[in-house]
Design a protein around this ligand. Structure first.
Ligand code: PEP
Ligand code: MG
Length: 854
């Protein structure tokens, strides 16, 4: 502490980064209700005394302590946000209340890992709580060192005000009020109460038995060390005593600003690390910050590694058709061999990409095109490049973003063979540890050959969230940004960068503060993911005992195995169409039955397997199922309408599904049902096949068309369950194409209209005793989970990597709060308003899990 007459310099109680109070994710601190000062994002774990004085408060939960200096300044140190709920776990006091301490003396030690995993934030507040003692204050910035740096320079007011001398002697006392606050009057309610008390002139005391506390002093209220249900009386003496007693008694009874006092204070894991705010003081106009879109969430610090590829030149003229043909065949064979070798050391998403490449190298149409190009004396290299380039261009011209992105596979595998023809070796990409790769686009095989131990992030100027780079990054759990500004390609190799996958930005040359803050965030995210994974097999039960099922959306048996391993309690959506896509003929009944049996076996008899029947058309055309050209494919033959148009396909699929029925708890689900007639027509076919096979399954429909939601009452009578496909429900409700580059971001599933349809569906289903799942993208959106829970959804079906995080999020919520939230949100009028309210709820009750991976 440095002291000049009338001034006190407070030393940093912790090392770390100073963060303005406005950034603390708790309004009571952010709005300075408790007091004025600063917050520290800590990198050390021993809290030192910011000044010499008397320890006038050591909270029983040991997360907060106050020192009163000889000058009468009351300094509160509050470790973390919402840490009172830890009830002392993770905190070790080094002093006792009443001790006299010197500046820099150790006060409390804490377990940063434990607290980071259990509380919304580790930000530690250093506050002067008796503001009347301050005339002015200067606040430090940047990195500080515990016990050395001065963080606050406080200019003292001329004299301490006389303690609440009443202007007249009128006295009033309230009846006993039972404290509804689960944690008693901790910092937040104490601050609210003190702020309210200060608006009266009377001297106001809180009385508990023989104990009394000045109601205008936060520290005094904390010192009262109240517990839930304590009987408190308010007593006031002064001109406005009666009004003060009545107002404060009412405030105390209502929870002193804690909306659901009994439900609050539960520890909430903090997936939105407060330090995130400190990372990006660079505004959107900062030239160092390049923006793109989120392809895989997370944060990475690393060095730029530009992906450079050899330019492959080929001669146009060849050495005769026969020799060139042999040359081409040899290169194709060598390409296939290379891919097979690569496949042997890869699994999961990477292996599937390589499988697709093997298919392409055997594609007769592509090979015929290249062979035709040899005529006229062209070289194999020239003809091959023409063939695969025109193939890729055709794909790029298609409307579906999914298919457009497959053009990348064709170019990728094409240039592999071209390299072989030209004698240019395309060695696997090698990078230094800690590399953040930058490329116009990463080819799928480059992505598949990445060493995840060395590459910590991906950033491409092209591609989209469904590109292979994005899929793989999500599978590897590393952040990725797509569609970033092309200036990224100009960054020199080795430039330090900060990649924010969640926010979709790349920051060049982050400063010291940003780096330190990012490290804190990365550490916390890692700790959070670890603890989520450890608890993945536990059920998702809210703090007040409401259980919700967390299921997985899968496409293959391999993914079903992963879903079970990662805590999935069921498969809420098997996208059976994956079996039908990317091939020339439909899979026959046997192939389908094998595939369904494999998924059923992975789940076992006890877990539910919801198999969605073929959902094609619209953005998912099948080459062997030519549908007539349509003006509006999304409003044409899609989903169940295709199956009703081709009942042979539906029958064979249902027969295959019924063959797997003895292996698991199989449910059949019809997609894109818009009318009861469609459901009845599909059911008739299912009933016939069930009778023929002697097997039976449960039946449900996807609710993804507004008409289905609006007539859910009628549908509910004839099905066993609903699953809400919010991706399509949103596009059809808002009339916005879900793949449209401009409209897709506006097609918000949290629009009040969509939420209303979800509510109608749930209400109708529950009236008939049927359960409802949500399998669209919002089921894994941290912001949306509380409101879905509040609406009464029974199951959330999410991508496999999101299971553990969604479960962890549910465990932090109270179903009662969620129901209140859903009711409140139902009255809002725009998606923006809904998001703002949900974000606020996330901050207050359970921080939004921004890092939930989808
Ligand atoms: C949906 O529409 O929300 C859904 C889950 O189906 P898909 O995304 O496969 O159309
Ligand atoms: Mg859909």
């Amino acid at each position: 502490m440095s002291t000049l007459p009338g001034r006190i310099g407070l030393v940093a109680p912790l090392s770390g980064i100073l963060v303005p109070l406005e950034r603390v994710p708790d309004p009571v601190f952010a709005q300075r209700t408790v007091g004025d000062g600063v917050s520290i994002d800590p990198t050390s774990c021993d809290v030192l005394a910011p000044a010499a004085g008397l320890v006038t408060l050591l909270h029983r939960a040991a997360h907060a302590l106050a020192i009163t200096t000889d000058e009468g300044l009351e300094i509160l140190v509050h470790i973390g946000v919402d840490t009172i709920g830890l009830n002392g776990k993770g905190f070790t006091p080094r002093v006792r209340q009443g001790d006299r301490v010197v500046a820099g003396q150790a006060l409390i030690s804490f377990d940063a890992d434990l607290i980071a995993r259990s509380a919304p934030s580790l930000l530690t507040q250093v506050l002067v709580t008796n503001r009347e003692r301050i005339r002015g204050m200067t606040v430090g910035t940047g990195l500080v060192e515990a016990g050395r740096s001065i963080i606050l320079n406080v200019e003292l007011a001329a004299a301490a005000p006389a303690e609440g001398t009443p202007a007249s002697e009128a006295t009033a006392v309230s009846a006993d009020i039972r404290l509804p606050n689960r944690q008693g009057l901790h910092a937040r309610p104490a601050a609210v109460l003190a702020a309210a008390a200060k608006t009266f002139r009377a001297d106001i005391r809180l009385l508990r038995g023989a104990d009394a506390a000045n109601a205008k002093s936060v520290t005094a209220i904390l010192l009262l060390a109240t517990s839930p249900n304590d009987a408190i009386r308010v007593s006031a003496t002064g001109p406005d005593a009666a009004a003060a007693v009545s107002a404060l008694a009412e405030l105390l009874a209502s929870g002193s600003g804690e909306s659901h006092a009994a439900g609050e204070g539960s520890p909430a894991v903090g997936p939105v690390p407060a330090a995130a705010a400190a990372i990006a003081p660079a505004g959107p106009t900062d030239p160092r910050k390049l923006t793109g879109v989120c392809a895989s969430p997370g944060l990475a610090l690393g060095k730029v590694a530009q992906v450079r590829r050899a330019v492959i030149n080929v001669e146009e003229q060849g050495a005769g058709v026969e020799r060139e043909r042999a040359h081409l065949d040899a290169a194709l064979a060598r390409g296939r061999q290379q891919i097979s070798v690569q496949k042997a050391v890869n699994s999961g998403a990477a292996s599937r990409i390589l499988d697709a490449h093997l298919e392409l190298l055997a594609d007769p149409e592509l090979i015929d095109l290249a062979v035709a190009g040899l005529a006229g004396g062209r070289s194999a290299g020239y003809a091959w490049r023409e063939a695969y380039s025109s193939y890729a261009e055709r794909l790029e011209a298609l409307a579906s973003p999914l298919l457009r992105e497959r053009a990348g596979d064709v170019r990728d595998v094409g240039s592999r063979v071209l390299g072989l023809l030209a004698g240019v070796t395309t060695a696997p990409l090698e990078f230094a540890p800690g590399s953040i790769l930058i490329a116009d686009e990463l080819t799928p095989s480059e992505t598949a050959s990445l060493d995840a131990g060395r590459v910590v992030g991906l950033c491409t100027t092209g591609g989209g969230p469904t590109s292979h780079a994005a899929i793989l990054a999500r599978a590897l759990g590393i952040p990725a940004v797509c569609g970033v500004d092309r200036a990224a390609l100009e960054l020199a190799d080795g430039t330090p960068v900060l990649l924010d996958g969640t926010g979709g930005t790349l920051l060049e040359d982050p400063d010291e503060t940003q780096v330190a803050a990012a490290r804190v965030v990365i550490g916390r995210l890692r700790a959070q993911r670890k603890s989520e994974r450890e608890a993945a097999s536990e059920p998702a039960v809210t703090t007040d005992g409401h259980r919700i099922e967390i299921a997985a959306n899968v496409g293959t048996a391999e993914e079903a195995v992963a879903a079970v391993a990662q805590g999935g309690e069921a498969v809420g959506l098997l996208r059976s169409e994956l079996l039908f896509l990317d091939r020339d003929t439909a899979p026959d009944e046997r192939e389908q039955a094998d595939a369904y049996r494999a998924v059923a076996t992975a789940l076992g008899r006890a877990r539910r397997l919801v198999i969605r029947t073929l959902d094609v058309g619209g953005d998912k055309p099948l080459p062997y199922l030519p549908l007539p050209p349509e003006q509006n494919p999304f409003l044409g033959l899609r989903g169940i309408r295709v199956s009703l148009e081709r009942p042979d396909l539906l029958r064979s699929q249902l027969r295959a599904i019924l063959k797997a029925a003895p292996l698991s708890d199989i449910h059949v689900m019809f997609p894109m049902i818009a009318t009861l007639d469609e459901l009845r027509a599909a059911r008739r076919i299912l009933d016939e096949e069930q009778r023929a096979s002697g097997e039976s399954v449960r039946v449900g429909v996807m609710i993804e068309v507004p008409s289905a939601a609006l007539t859910a009452e009628h549908l509910a009578r004839e099905v066993d369950f609903f699953s809400i496909g919010t991706n399509d429900l949103t596009q059809y409700t808002l009339a916005m194409d879900r793949g449209h580059p401009k409209l897709a971001p506006l097609a918000d599933a949290l629009h009040p209209a969509v939420l209303r349809l979800i509510s109608l569906t749930v209400e109708a289903a529950h009236r008939h005793g049927k359960w409802v799942g949500v399998c669209g993208g919002i089921a894994a959106e941290p912001l949306a989970v509380p409101v879905l829970l509040g609406i009464g959804v029974d199951e959330l079906s999410v991508p496999v990597p999101a299971i553990a995080a969604v479960k962890a999020l549910v465990r932090r919520l109270s179903a009662r709060d969620c129901r209140d939230l859903a009711r409140e949100v139902a009255g809002l009028s725009t998606a923006g308003e809904v998001r703002a309210r949900l974000a606020q709820f996330g901050r207050e009750a359970s921080p939004a899990a921004a890092a939930v991976r989808g």
